[in-house]
Design a protein around this ligand. Structure first.
Ligand code: GCU
Length: 680
């Protein structure tokens, strides 16, 4: 447990007391009537969790009170006895019902599918792990989002694109891992957080990975078997030029009959090996990946061609909208990467088949610590869509700094697009309710690797857990999710919980304050994206990220004088962002180019804000470390030391950020800090 490997399925021993006594009273025995593998996996999890948290043996021959677990049709008479017909009707395909019934001497966890049983069991374990009462329970819980997906950016050679927690645990040296135990533990973690779909390879599909849908299908299928046990569907990223790869077809033109046939026969082969295969994730015409543009076709042509191949088997195509001109010259002031997804995909609204989902990256640039919400949300009325987040902290400290991202995701989900009336938040587009989509949900780039603790930084586990929980139910607060994760990982000591919760909840703001200011982004080292480098990208051939010179800073995205990006928003959002007076401070430099003396809503000038935020940010980063050290005797040593080491690095590195940024802007602007602090 000291390594962090068991993560939020550590099942720490619970303290003696009323809650403990209540759990012991009910949980001494369990009744399961089904042989189904997933139901059996749920049973195993239940026993493991209860025996570890309560230190008791769970009997499978109830005499007296018990927990009953199973599907409604599974032949468990306790389940059929406890739930009324109208309850059954409310439970969706992945949902569950849970009821404590004194008359029936049991707490029943029932579902319409084995996956639902699993979610119900994890739910009850979570209640117990966070010391909540399990008496008087009577609820039906369904996931809010249909697709709750993780995208791995793992390569077959064992490297992970933007991976910050070791190498891949799926592949090594162009072979599939033999450690299926670890994959099973991963599936347990994912399922317990509510994940139901995982794409196992990088969206940049290289030569050998192109063969995952042919030569390597038997290996892929072994992983699918493990995922299936935990209610997770396996997806693959595919190479749009797949048909040409081994010279079978001379083109990848989506309208070419030979190409279509090739994909159809591939689909048949895949489903013969993996009958519940999820579908394809596609990055096309993006950052030098092949796509339909080569043949003068559009993205709908490309996606629909694949969709037709998968449709007979119930598969879906997840087509990414991260399409922009990555060869823009810095002199070109009209091309704007932030505009690109909207410009490419808005005109195609309504042209995609029913089993195509567009995956829209947020933010519109690229997962910066602060960006406005992608304006494509709200613009597509007749297209299935999922939002794409990045759990991997590519631009938010690379899992060497703590940056709890759930508050950021919450903010994005709550953003009102005004797409259909006054209340049209992103979360209702994403869950499919606003436009009534066939498919909808959330995807995110994974942050796991083969580091013992999965995520490198132990506290980065909270992002992985939190992502799943938020995808399941976007109404959960960032505080609730943090507190659940802390109890399940570290136990229920309120002091520990208070401190870690504070660290997590403040961390995004702190990270933002010592890095790129006011929504401008991108002041990182090119290529690997770690550490400060104000002009790293600005003076590359692209050079369109912050436009800082001695007079001012920021990207003019207004309609009159800039790229016109602000007009991609609907209703008052467009005016709001376009107006220098109304634009919120935290996004000012994303939308406007201003002199350093421009006065913010906060009353400070831009330059003084930069100085203050960076001094404060570095100071607060150091405080994170001292908050953590107060837990020295309260957290298992192995866990304690891991986090202490990372927080030390962060505190030191935050100073480097502070100094680089402050010095740069001091020398550019020539304006003194009004508090006369040290700026080099
Ligand atoms: C970012 C990231 C790339 C990744 C790309 C994507 O640009 O740095 O490594 O391939 O996003 O989302 O496709």
């Amino acid at each position: 447990a000291d390594s962090g490997y068991t993560a939020w399925l550590s099942y720490p021993v619970l303290p003696q007391g009323n809650a403990y006594n209540q759990y012991v009273k009910w949980c001494g025995a369990v009744k399961v009537a089904e042989e189904n593998d997933t139901v059996q996996a749920a049973l195993q999890e239940w026993q493991r969790g209860i025996e570890s948290m309560l230190g008791i043996k769970v009997s499978s021959k109830p005499d007296g009170l018990c927990i009953a677990i199973g599907t409604f049709q599974g032949g468990n008479e306790l389940i059929s006895g406890v739930f009324a017909e109208d309850t059954l009707a409310k439970v969706g395909p992945e949902g569950f019902a849970i009821r404590s019934s004194e008359e029936n001497d049991c707490i029943a966890v029932g579902a319409s599918s084995p996956a639902g049983v699993l979610y119900g069991v994890f739910h009850l374990l979570r209640l117990i792990g966070s010391l909540q009462s399990i008496e008087g329970l009577d609820e039906v819980v369904n996931p809010v989002n249909g697709l709750r997906m993780i995208n791995h950016w793992d390569n077959f050679d064992g490297s992970v694109e933007r991976g910050y927690s070791g190498r891949s645990f799926l592949y090594e040296d162009n072979r599939f891992t033999r450690d299926l135990e670890r994959i099973r533990d991963y599936a347990r973690l994912m399922s317990s957080a509510g994940i139901n779909a995982i794409a196992i390879n990088n969206v940049n599909v290289h030569a050998l990975e192109t063969l995952f849908i042919s030569k390597y299908l038997p290996d892929v299928s072994r992983i699918a078997d493990v995922f299936r046990l935990y209610g997770i569907k396996l997806f693959l990223s595919v190479n749009f030029a797949g048909p040409m790869h081994e010279g079978e077809v001379g083109t990848a033109d989506p309208l070419d009959p030979e190409v279509r046939k090739w994909w159809q026969s591939k689909a048949a082969e895949i489903y013969a090996a993996i009958p519940d295969f999820g579908g394809f994730v596609v990055k096309a015409d993006s950052e030098n990946r092949p796509g339909p543009f080569t043949y003068g076709r559009d993205h709908a042509d490309g996606a629909n061609m694949l969709a037709e191949a998968l449709e007979p088997f119930g598969g879906i195509v997840i087509w990414r909208c991260f399409v922009y001109n990555c060869k823009q010259d810095w002199r070109d002031r009209k091309t704007d990467r932030a505009r690109a997804a909207y410009d490419h995909f808005k005109p195609l609204d309504g042209k995609f088949n029913d089993n195509v989902i567009l995956q829209i990256k947020n933010g519109p640039m690229d997962f910066q610590v602060r960006e406005p919400v992608s304006p494509l949300f709200g613009a597509l009325e007749r297209t299935n869509q999922v939002i794409e987040f990045q759990i991997a902290q590519e631009y938010t400290g690379q899992q060497r700094h703590v940056c709890y991202l759930v508050p950021q995701w919450k903010e994005i989900m709550e953003f009102n697009t005004y797409a259909k009336g006054e209340a049209s938040p992103v979360k209702h587009i994403v869950d499919g309710s606003l436009w009534g989509n066939r498919y909808s949900g959330i995807a995110a780039v994974s942050n796991v690797g083969n580091d013992k603790n999965w995520t490198g930084h132990l506290l980065a586990q909270a992002n992985l857990y939190g992502y799943g929980r938020l995808a399941w139910n976007p109404e959960l607060t960032a505080e609730q999710i943090a507190s659940e994760w802390i109890s399940l990982t570290f136990g229920t000591d309120p002091v520990v919980s208070g401190v870690i919760s504070r660290i997590l909840l403040d961390s995004w703001e702190i990270y933002e304050s010592y890095t790129a200011p006011l929504g401008v982004g991108w002041m990182i080292n090119p290529e690997h994206h770690y550490g400060p480098n104000v002009d790293g990208y600005e003076y590359s051939q692209w050079g369109t990220y912050h436009y800082a010179d001695h007079r001012g800073i920021g990207v003019d995205r207004t309609v009159k004088t800039g790229t016109g990006y602000s007009a991609q928003y609907l209703g008052s959002n467009a005016e709001h962002y376009d107006s220098l007076e109304e634009c919120p401070d935290e996004l000012l430099l994303f939308f406007h180019h201003v002199p350093y003396t421009h006065i913010l809503h906060s009353g400070k000038t831009v330059i003084q804000h930069i100085y203050d935020a960076h001094f404060e940010g570095a100071e607060r980063a150091a405080e994170l470390l001292s908050m953590w050290t107060s837990l020295k005797d309260k957290v298992a040593e192995g866990l304690y030391l891991q986090v202490e080491n990372r927080l030390k690095e962060q505190a030191g590195h935050a100073k480097e950020w502070r100094d680089q940024i402050n010095t740069y802007f001091y020398r550019k602007s020539g304006i003194e800090d009004n508090s006369e602090r040290v700026i080099y």
